[in-house]
Design a binder for this molecule. Structure first.
Ligand code: NAP
Length: 307
């Protein structure tokens, strides 16, 4: 079985940053990623709040740059899905993937999270036929058409703004009459003539055959239920951590976020967690990068000095 000093689970910003520091510290490092390097930033259009890019940068572009930089120092980066872990409390930890198994002296969990689903009728059936979780990927299909965005956080307004540059009209459907998003995004969205808001509304069903035609919405103040026409629906109602494959193996909270201390240690010797998957993460790109670096440095100290 191949053995590594550091095995990193996940190739988003946290995992790539951890990989960059581990390889530059001359540790034999494997990064396992199931989909695409960059994680959430790969599906984020414009990033304006990551220091060093005064004009902002496109998420996919930054993903490629981060991936290249980590590869440059010799990280072994493989597209494999992690299916399970074993012996995490032992000196050699086992990682099982879709392709086989690896042994690691340390493990850094950077598996991030995925967009939550609404769980309403029609959502799964119309996914890919109007219902989407990625504006950057799918906005072009709705050029000149009317779409809805569900949610009231940063992601909903950020992606709503992006959509407004491509589609005819964006209606944000939010379950309260107050947004959760940061003030700058609120101000920008409320002033955007192509963005509209349905306050205190929820979607009860997505309807259409063969493609999305309406969101069936309920006004929570009046209880009125009606059809709101839309050919696209972009759902941004938060994030779920990708920690299912670790259940019972590492300490986590009721939502599946992994507990760590400030050195990203999980309490299991040689096992660290960083980025969106950990408890109390601010889920910002800068935090993911910082967490990844801390985790790699902690792993390095463990490898060279012990606990
Ligand atoms: P979020 O901040 O948790 O917001 C989720 C939104 O969806 C909230 O407005 C919430 O409503 C609503 N919601 C949740 N469950 C719902 C349901 N079942 N039905 C209807 N609405 C529902 O999630 P996010 O916007 O995905 O952001 C996640 C993290 O990434 C945040 O920390 C955010 O700051 C960060 N992020 C930052 C940027 C940026 O800075 N540009 C961009 C994207 C994401 P309530 O408000 O009523 O709870």
């Amino acid at each position: 079985m191949e053995q590594f000093d550091v095995i990193i689970l996940g190739g988003g910003a946290a995992g790539l940053s951890a990989g960059l520091y581990s390889t530059r510290a001359m540790q034999k490092t494997l990064i396992l990623e199931k989909l695409g390097y960059g994680g959430q930033i790969l599906v984020t259009d414009e990033i304006e709040n990551y220091p060093g890019f005064p004009e902002g940068i496109k998420g996919p572009e930054l993903s490629i740059m981060m991936e290249k930089q980590t590869r440059r120092f010799g990280a072994d980066m493989r597209y494999e899905e992690v299916e399970g872990v074993e012996n995490l409390d032992q000196p050699l930890k086992l990682i099982h993937t879709s392709e086989g198994a690896y042994a690691g002296k340390t493990v850094i969990i950077a598996a991030g999270g995925s967009h939550k689903k609404l769980g309403v009728p029609g959502e799964d059936e119309l996914s890919g036929r109007g219902v989407s979780y990625c504006a950057v990927c799918d906005a072009n299909f709705f050029r000149g058409q009317d779409v809805v965005v569900v949610g009231g956080g940063d992601a909903a307004l950020d992606e709503g703004g992006y959509l407004s540059g491509i589609v005819n009209k964006v209606t944000v459907i939010h379950r309260r009459d107050e947004l959760r998003a940061s003030k700058i995004l609120q101000e920008r969205s409320l002033a955007n003539p192509k963005m509209d808001f349905l306050w205190s509304h929820v979607v009860e069903e997505f309807q259409g055959e063969p493609d999305l035609e309406n969101a069936l919405v309920r006004n929570l103040k009046t209880q009125e239920v009606y059809k709101y026409p839309a050919s696209g629906a972009f759902i941004y109602i938060g994030f779920e951590s990708n920690s299912g494959f670790l259940k019972g193996q590492v300490p986590m909270d009721e939502f599946g976020h992994i507990q760590t201390d400030i050195s990203m240690a999980t309490g299991i010797p040689g096992v660290y967690a960083c980025g969106d998957i950990r408890v109390n993460s601010d889920r910002q790109l800068g935090n993911a990068v910082g967490d990844g670096i801390t985790a790699a440095l902690s792993a390095y100290h463990y490898l060279t000095e012990g606990e």
